[in-house]
Design a protein around this ligand. Structure first.
Ligand code: NAP
Length: 293
């Protein structure tokens, strides 16, 4: 099949919904064979059925299980012959202030969002080298560019993933293997839909993206190897400016929160979440909601 990724073999973790599912569909539409990885087998099989059984491989499993992931890489090689691209997209967010989160959820966030992509990159590198080169794309978050109260651990995992990706990209320079990072702001997926009341108004202050828009940037990174893309780009610049100028960030925060609160209410109305009762006005970033995604 012709296309930008004709005959490429692509592994996408977290492919059962949201950004991962959109990414798998777009890679397939551009000619790739796709390995769909996540825990929900039924959801993966439905996407495989849509794309076509001959160009997909479903591997149901927990990404935090290294033995299962080693087996997944071997199955990919057995089935498709090689691995060209790895997209580390699976993610988990337990929302709320640190003291409200149980230790198991905090550990799980670190496992799924940081430890797993590091381990999977390590495991996949020999396969990418054997294929003569390739690309790794890690899905982080704008929460990995600017600190966010109410999301300390999630933010730490995404800051960590960003540091890891940028460092690994330097380590692999000239190897024929590129490492990229895609950092989205709020994306309209199930990731926060069940807990929308816990998402800080601040997160809604920037335009919300679709899973398809983020997937486009993942494909762009896999194609040109650019080290980092934010979605939307302007929100990425604002986060970087906010990180570098914390005083300015604190001054702007009330205005951004007002703007975000209005957009959040609009979003909830649109989604017809009638049971929602608006949260009291945010006092500062240390309130019991997450500032970012
Ligand atoms: N939505 C946002 O606002 C937003 C913003 C910034 C960054 N992100 C990042 O984008 C990525 C994708 O999120 P999304 O928005 O597409 O949310 P989503 O629709 O909830 O997708 C999350 C995916 O991760 C998979 N997953 C979670 N834990 C897993 C585990 N232990 N083993 C295997 N798979 C696991 C889930 O599959 P199963 O449940 O089937 O296992 C699912 O496919 C995440 O890394 C997230 O941090 C999202």
């Amino acid at each position: 099949m012709a296309g930008r990724f004709a005959d490429k073999r692509v592994i996408v973790t977290g492919a059962s919904s949201g950004i991962g599912a959109a990414t798998a569909r777009q890679f397939a539409a551009e000619g790739a064979c796709v390995v769909l990885v996540a825990r929900r087998k039924d959801a993966l099989e439905a996407i495989a059925c849509e794309i076509g059984a001959d160009r997909t491989l479903v591997v149901a499993g927990d990404v935090t299980d290294p033995a299962a992931m080693q087996m997944m890489l071997e199955r990919t090689r057995g089935h498709f012959g090689r691995v060209d691209i790895l997209v580390n997209n699976a993610g988990f967010h337990a929302r709320g202030q640190l003291e409200q989160c149980c230790p198991e959820d905090l550990a799980r966030m670190i496992d799924v969002n940081l430890k797993t992509p590091v381990t999977l990159c390590r495991m996949a590198l020999p396969y990418l080298r054997r294929a003569g080169g390739g690309a790794i794309v890690n899905v982080a978050s704008l929460a990995g560019r600017v600190p966010g109260g109410g999301a300390a651990t999630y933010s730490a995992t995404k800051f960590g993933l960003r540091a890891f990706s940028l460092s690994l990209a330097e380590e692999l320079e000239g190897s024929g293997i590129t490492v990229s990072l895609v950092s989205p702001g709020l994306v309209d997926t199930q990731f926060f839909a069940d807990q929308v009341e816990l998402v800080a108004p601040m997160a809604f202050s920037q335009p919300m993206s679709t899973a398809e828009e983020v997937a486009e940037q993942i494909l762009a990174c896999a194609s040109d190897g650019r080290r980092e893309r934010a979605v939307p780009q302007l929100a990425g610049w604002l986060c970087t400016a906010g990180y570098l100028l914390p005083r300015a960030r604190r001054l702007l925060r009330p205005w951004l929160q007002r703007r975000g609160r209005a957009r959040k209410e609009q979003y909830i109305r649109r989604k017809r979440l009638h049971h929602f009762s608006p949260a009291p006005p945010a006092r500062d970033a240390s309130e019991g909601v997450s500032d970012l995604r």
